[in-house]
Design a protein around this ligand. Structure first.
Ligand code: PHE
Length: 340
């Protein structure tokens, strides 16, 4: 009686083992037969009800079948594992011979390259970079820079107004004012960014980029300005570049200067680029007007400073001898690719 049940459980168990298609199923089968409440375990438990005379034989048979079933499970487990591993290896194979994507790679725009290069030079001199808004209050773009209401620069012809008090900034000098309001001297910052003016020809664009520089400390003089910009020009153009200052006028600097550099094309000999003069105008600069310092809450008796504002497009055109600014904005990739 028990023997028949053992045979039947064994047969069904072996059948279920060979039908299992993965180790999860196999494990379920194992639980069903050999688990705590498994069918085969039930047979083991029923041994206690077998008459004493038959017990030894029944016990031996049960033990043999248990060993045999455990062996069958172990074998099946091994072969299923191997098969699963082989399948995974197959599935996860990486074909390293696949040809690479041969699409075009992008590059930074020449103006971005030049801006980064200029910023880098000033970072190397210990400056920090500050940002300012492009949509600006007239106060920051004009009043706080000593450009009063009736100044011709504030004419609607020269400025994109949004309301009478809000405009697109015409100069990164507006960022100077934010800087002076928030930082305490010593200040040494540059502020790159876009500015807007209603001009449009070969050397002017309604949107262009400037880099503003501002240094405020005790005992800052025009010599510091000249030394800084001379060093900048030597690093940005070439080590034999010379600079000169010419008197100029800006309401927010006093004295004001125009900084020229020896022509990078002819090195001062005189050529088409410098119109035979040997010099090219680079930027506007000057000693920060004490009135501007005071308006932003800086003690002009204790501190002085210099400021400069450089056009990124202008610097790019001078450096690479580009005759027309529009070449930089047309974004013809055949042209831009040369600057990579
Ligand atoms: N903001 C001036 C311009 O846009 C340049 C400048 C900056 C001049 C700082 C002097 C000092 O032309």
């Amino acid at each position: 009686m028990l023997n028949q049940r053992i045979d039947s459980v064994k047969a069904r168990c072996l059948e279920a083992v060979s039908a299992a298609i993965d180790s999860r199923q196999l494990n379920d089968v194992k639980v069903r037969f050999l688990g705590k409440n498994g069918e085969f375990t039930a047979l083991l438990k029923s041994l206690k009800d077998v008459p004493p005379a038959e017990k030894p034989a029944a016990g031996k048979l049960l033990n043999e079948v248990r060993v045999m079933l455990e062996g069958a499970f172990a074998d099946a487990e091994t072969s299923l594992r191997l098969a699963e591993k082989a399948a995974r290896v197959e599935r996860e194979t990486l074909d390293v011979t696949l040809s690479r994507y041969d699409g075009k790679q992008g590059a930074l725009h020449p103006l971005t390259l030049v801006k980064n290069e200029i910023v880098d030079i000033f970072l190397g001199m210990g400056y920090s970079v500050v940002d300012g808004p492009e949509v600006e209050y007239a106060y920051y773009n004009f009043e706080a820079l000593n450009i009063p209401e009736d100044h011709p620069a504030r004419d609607v012809i020269d400025t994109f107004y949004i309301t009478d008090k809000i405009l697109l900034r015409t100069q990164t000098s507006a960022a100077q004012v934010h800087t002076m309001e928030t930082l305490k001297p010593p200040i040494r910052v540059i502020s790159p960014g876009k500015v807007y003016r209603p001009d449009d020809d070969a050397t002017h664009s309604p949107m262009f980029q400037q880099i503003e520089g501002l240094v405020i400390d005790e005992h800052i003089t025009l010599a510091d300005l000249k030394g800084t910009l001379d060093e900048f020009a030597k690093r940005f153009f070439s080590s034999d570049t010379k600079t000169r200052l010419r008197p100029s006028h800006f309401p927010f600097t006093e004295p004001s200067v125009e900084v020229d550099l020896s022509c990078p094309m002819c090195h001062g000999e005189g050529c088409r680029l410098c119109k035979g003069t040997g010099w090219l105008e680079l930027l506007g600069a000057g000693i920060v007007n004490p009135a501007v310092l005071e308006m932003s809450g800086i003690d002009s008796k204790k501190y002085s400073g210099f400021a400069f504002g450089m056009g990124v497009e202008r610097a790019t055109m001078v450096k690479y001898g580009i005759p027309d600014m529009r070449l930089l904005f047309d974004n013809d990739v055949r042209y831009l690719r040369q600057f990579r």
